[in-house]
Design a binder for this molecule. Structure first.
Ligand SMILES: [Zn+2]
Length: 65
């Protein structure tokens, strides 16, 4: 499914969307890749195990349908 991101919806991402909740879709976090760890991008600054800010370390995020 196509996901439109950004303030003006100018960024497009293609990903699998779980629509089992019926009212919203759930996807793997687009910021961290779904593992909830942002520390892999800058371990020397934040440490190797740092929770992703976008998904709060859960690895999942909701999108509107
Ligand atoms: Zn994340």
């Amino acid at each position: 499914m196509r996901i439109d991101r950004g303030f003006h919806r100018e960024n497009v991402a293609i990903c699998d969307v779980d629509v089992s909740s019926g009212i919203a879709g759930e996807i793997a976090c687009l910021e961290c890749g779904g593992d909830g760890n942002w520390g892999k991008f800058a371990p020397e600054i934040v440490g190797a195990d740092y929770p992703c800010n976008d998904c709060k370390g859960t690895g999942r995020m909701w999108v509107s349908l």
